[in-house]
Design a protein around this ligand. Structure first.
Ligand code: 5GP
Ligand code: MN
Length: 296
């Protein structure tokens, strides 16, 4: 929680927006409380996503954004999975949860995380935006919604395409264009959201185990309830299957996005190298040499 505060302070946002430090501390503590003790989608995940977006900002992204953009990026990333149940949107939909009904079966979890974030920001003890003008407050609220909704995996390929196309331009983003800035903010949040496999292998493996534990749990719940079982959550019982799942995730999901991130921000190449090393480590552990790691 102290580091979360420090990340906000390091961008000078406390002075700039006259944020009340006492309320900011309570806001972070309340955000922490609103995460569940599930294996993967817990406060540490929210914190890690905030941290990775902070690192992206520090390594090239901040020059394309205003301070009024950086505040919602950091707050939005910290809160992007508030009250996550450890099962995904498909599960919300097939089990017709209260949330699915409230949000018309559309990005159910993301709308829930976003709504909780806005409520928190409006609560008496946590209203850190109180000293911003009402138009700046609105700007931050809308930006937070955009960022959190962009973490729905259904936008993954759209964001990859957008980032690939931005990476062809010099410079890739234009600070004077709100559309360009917003695109960057959404891509950053999503890139940070799927960045656990870019960490040193010991850490990447811990997050991999946590993610797979949630998948196995959801598949069991689906079976128990007689719902269709999500294909990528089955056949994860052996270490080899788990390693192969991670190899597929790295090659087909993470790598295309992060390769484009690295074109925009070359400092990120180090993380792409780590991603490749981790892929190869999973391949070795799976006893596999037939996966197309050369595509990384
Ligand atoms: P989130 O649910 O955190 O907002 O979005 C990230 C999604 O990416 C997760 O729900 C999960 O489906 C996928 N993901 C993240 N990390 C991993 C991983 O290490 N392995 C696999 N197979 N999927 C992951
Ligand atoms: Mn997440």
């Amino acid at each position: 929680m102290e580091y979360a505060l420090q990340m906000i302070a390091n961008f000078n946002l406390i002075e700039l927006f006259k944020l009340d430090v006492g309320k900011l501390k309570i806001f972070i503590a309340e955000a922490c409380k609103r995460y569940n003790e599930v294996k993967f989608h817990n406060f540490k995940h929210g914190w890690s996503v905030m941290h990775m977006s902070y690192l992206l900002l520090r390594n090239g992204a901040s020059k394309y954004l205003t301070s009024l953009d950086i505040l919602p990026v950091l707050v939005g990333c910290l809160c992007h999975d508030l009250d996550h149940p450890g099962t995904n949107n498909t599960f919300e939909v097939v089990s017709h949860t209260e949330r699915a009904l409230a949000y018309s079966y559309d990005s159910v979890l993301e709308r829930h995380h976003s709504s909780l974030t806005h409520r928190l920001l409006k609560s008496t003890d946590c209203c850190i935006l109180e000293n911003l003008s009402s138009s700046d407050q609105m700007y931050v609220h809308v930006a937070i919604t955009d960022i959190i909704l962009a973490t729905d995996m259904r936008y993954h390929y759209t964001l990859v395409k957008e980032l690939e196309s931005a990476s062809q331009n010099t410079p890739p983003f234009v600070v004077s264009s709100q559309t360009s800035r917003r695109e960057l903010m959404k891509c950053m949040a999503h890139a940070a959201d799927i960045s656990s496999q870019q960490l040193p292998f010991e850490l990447a493996k811990v997050w991999s185990d946590r993610c797979i534990a949630e998948f196995i749990n959801q598949a069991e719940e689906e079976k128990l309830n007689g719902y269709p079982v999500t294909p990528f959550m089955t056949d994860l019982d052996t270490k080899e299957q788990q390693c192969r799942a991670q190899m597929g995730f790295i090659t087909h999901v993470v790598s295309p996005l992060w390769s484009a991130v690295a074109v925009c921000f070359p400092a990120v190449l180090e993380r792409c190298d780590q991603l490749k090393q981790n892929h190869d480590q999973y391949a070795e552990m799976a006893g596999a040499n037939d996966d197309a790691s050369s595509s990384l």
